[in-house]
Write a protein that binds this ligand. Sequence first.
Ligand SMILES: Cc1ncc(COP(=O)(O)O)c(C=O)c1O
Length: 423
Amino acid sequence: MVVKAQCDVAAQAPQSAESTRTGFDVARIRADFPILQREVDGKPLTYFDSAATSLKPTPVIEAVTRFYTESCANIHRGVHLLSMEASELYDEARRKVARFLNADEEEIVFVRNATEGLNLVCHCLNRKGAVVATLADHHSVQLPWLERRELRYVGVERDGSLNLSSLRKAIRRGTALVCVPHVSNALGVINPVEEAIALAHDVGALALVDGSQSVPHMPTDVQALGCDFLVFSGHKMLGPSGIGVLFGRRELLEEMQPFLRGGDMNKEVHKGWYVPEELPGKFEAGTPNIEGAIGLGAAVDYLESIGMENIEDHSGELTAFALQELSGLEKIRVHGPLDPVRRSSSVAFDLPGLEAHGLAKMLSNRYAIMVRSGYHCAQPLHEELGIPQTVRASFYLYNTLEEIGALGAALRQVMAAYTRAAV
Ligand SMILES: Cc1ncc(COP(=O)(O)O)c(C=O)c1O
């Protein structure tokens, strides 16, 4: 939906990067992100692409480096000192993630990324019935099921949020699994996941939450949510690339058979048969991304030291200011709801007549502002709502109100130049 109205927030020109209205100490946080020292053609780097991947703080970089410089070894298969140390670091990372989500460590499977977690559920879930996904789901949720199961799509409201009555209709007959994105990566809409999970359970279906865009930004408690599965990627929450998490309820993971088999996922192997490892090891065949898991553990420590509630408040403040700033620009069309309470950490927009990739390139080349452009791996959502490719500015704990002001100023200049050229 194209929304063009004043947003009801009292955002004023911010005073400094060091304090925000929520009292969040952004300057202190920014000092932990070495890449933010970088200048591009004499301009400070503005990173607004955290929904694609986040920047990394020094403690995460150091944890990964320390593994390579002090404890580099394979895990769970050596009795020597380094292997024992590496195994302990890897297992400790799992405990940290479990605590972060209020889950048991046996319920935390390390995978490469959210995409692998989603594919794992698709290939290993042994339940008959259709799979229900929303039109707002990421391609990584939709594509694994194509040609494997009946995939029923749930509609969205005009602002891109999940349509609960469409969900109610879609799950009526023989549904095995309902997939819901907690936060839409394309429009930043926060979906009513609790209601969706309850509806799924009412008809005996399982509920999978795609937490890729929510876990990095808000407190997540899988017990309170009541979901059966939750997936997310480490690289969007300050961790390294190549590490992600699948949370699955213990009974479900126990009844599922692994789709990757090989070393380390078995207790014993004989000619023609084997005994799988206990949870979660049976799903982690082969040498895993050890340093990735350790880095993710360090990212969890870092996020917890700041507090997920504080991060959520800060993101809320940035999003509210961005909505006000961008929706106030004459030619810019902001997509999704304008109420900041219904959004998390990103704003997608377009400038009619200027292609999204062209605008993103201009913002990068002329202003050192990094944004994502395109369909954001949610092309069916764009098609359903008639939204063209967009530019998405996405925020995280290290962003400031000033940076959003700079984006607004850059867009004003682009529009002015573009209007002059059109005359
Ligand atoms: C909502 C959502 N789900 C799934 C994914 C896939 O994540 P990854 O590419 O890390 O597997 C993304 C990535 O952008 C996402 O935003």
